[in-house]
Write a protein that binds this ligand. Structure first.
Ligand SMILES: [Zn+2]
Length: 303
C-alpha cells in the first residue's frame, strides 16, 4: 500500500472519514480508508494499493462491478439498465458541442451504449476505450463500434493526434491515480476548441449508504469546488455545470485559454472539511437506522 497526500495541498493534516469499500455489488468488502484533507476538503484513499495493483484492478473492474463475465450476462445486465436514457441525458447536456464532424472519445465506454446513441443521433464519429474484454467485444460485435481494448493509461501511452472534439469521462475521473497527469495527456488528444465531459459522484450530496458510496476503486471523492480545483490543476476550466443534477457532479470543461467563459469560482459553494465530516457522520447514523428498520420489516414479514 502507498500513502497519498492531498492532490491540491500536498502534505497536510488529514482525518479518516471511512474505512471500508465495496467493489462488486453484494460482493466482498475490501477494506480501504478514505481520508479528508482538513485544508481543502478533498476526500481521497490513503493508503491505497500500489500502482501495479491498481492497474490490475482497473482491468477487471467493469466486469466485477456490474457482475458480467460473459456476453450472456452482459445482455442480461443491459436489459436491466436504462442505457437509452443515459445516452439521451448525456446527448442533451452535450448537444451544443456535438456536430456531425465532432469526433467523440468515450473513456471507459463499457458496452458502448452511450457512443452508439451519440453516433445514431448526432452522426458523430466515435471511439470507445474499454479495459473489459467482454464489454469491448460486445460493443464491437453487437453495435459495430470501434473500441480500443485497454485502460485509459494504455490508450494515452499509444500514439495519437489532437483529434477529439468531445472527450467523455463518465464516472471515470474519480478512478484515475494521477488525475492531473491524465488531464494534461488528454489535452494533447483534444482539438483546439474541444471539451471534456466529466461526471463524478458528489461527496457532499449522495443517496447511497456511506459504505457503498466509497467504492474501493474510487481514489478521489469530489465536491463541486474540489473538482473545479483539480481540473484547474490539469489546465482545464469548467464552462458548463448542471446544477440540477443531484448526487453527482456533471460538468463540461475546456482548456485554459479557450475563449468561452469559465463559471466563476464564487458560484461554487464553500463546504468546509468539518461540514463534510459532519454530513458523512449524520448520513452513516441514518443508514444504520434505516438498516434496522429494514431488518424489522423483513423479520415481521416472516413471523
Ligand atoms: Zn487539500
Amino acid at each position: 500500500m502507498q500513502n497519498v497526500s492531498c492532490l491540491l495541498c500536498g502534505e497536510g493534516p488529514i482525518r479518516v472519514v471511512a474505512s471500508r469499500g465495496i467493489v462488486a455489488k453484494n460482493g466482498p468488502v475490501i477494506p480501504v480508508s478514505n481520508v479528508i484533507c482538513l485544508r481543502c476538503g478533498l476526500v481521497f484513499q490513503s493508503p491505497r494499493p500500489e500502482p501495479e495493483e491498481l492497474e490490475a484492478m482497473s482491468r477487471s473492474y467493469t466486469e466485477e462491478r456490474h457482475g458480467f463475465t460473459s456476453p450472456k450476462e452482459l445482455q442480461k445486465y443491459l436489459s436491466g439498465v436504462s442505457w437509452k436514457n443515459k445516452g439521451q441525458a448525456l446527448g442533451a447536456f452535450l448537444a451544443e458541442f456535438l456536430a456531425p464532424a465532432t469526433r467523440v472519445l468515450d473513456l471507459g465506454c463499457g458496452p458502448g451504449v452511450v457512443i452508439k446513441y451519440l453516433r445514431e443521433n448526432f452522426s458523430c464519429p466515435v471511439l470507445g476505450v474499454e479495459p473489459s474484454k467482454v464489454a469491448a467485444d460486445f460493443a464491437r460485435s453487437e453495435y459495430g463500434l470501434p473500441v480500443y481494448g485497454g485502460t485509459l493509461d494504455d490508450f494515452l501511452r499509444s500514439d495519437g493526434v489532437a483529434e477529439f472534439g468531445v472527450i467523455i469521462l463518465h464516472h471515470v475521473f474519480e478512478h484515475l491515480p494521477d488525475p492531473v497527469a491524465s488531464l494534461r495527456a488528454l489535452r494533447r488528444r483534444m482539438t483546439k476548441d474541444g471539451v471534456l465531459y466529466v461526471e463524478v459522484p458528489d461527496v457532499s450530496s449522495f443517496s447511497k449508504p456511506v459504505d457503498h458510496f466509497f467504492d474501493a476503486m474510487h481514489l478521489w471523492s469530489f465536491t463541486p469546488a474540489t473538482l473545479r480545483a483539480t481540473l484547474s490543476r490539469g489546465g482545464f476550466k469548467i464552462i458548463r455545470w448542471n446544477r440540477a443534477k443531484r448526487y453527482r457532479i456533471q460538468v463540461v470543461a475546456a482548456a485554459d485559454g479557450d475563449s468561452r467563459n469559465e463559471i466563476p469560482e464564487e458560484e461554487y459553494p464553500t463546504i468546509s472539511a468539518d461540514e463534510i465530516i459532519r454530513s458523512l457522520r449524520t448520513k452513516r447514523l441514518r443508514d444504520k437506522t434505516l438498516g434496522v428498520a429494514r431488518t424489522l420489516v423483513h423479520f415481521r414479514s416472516r413471523h
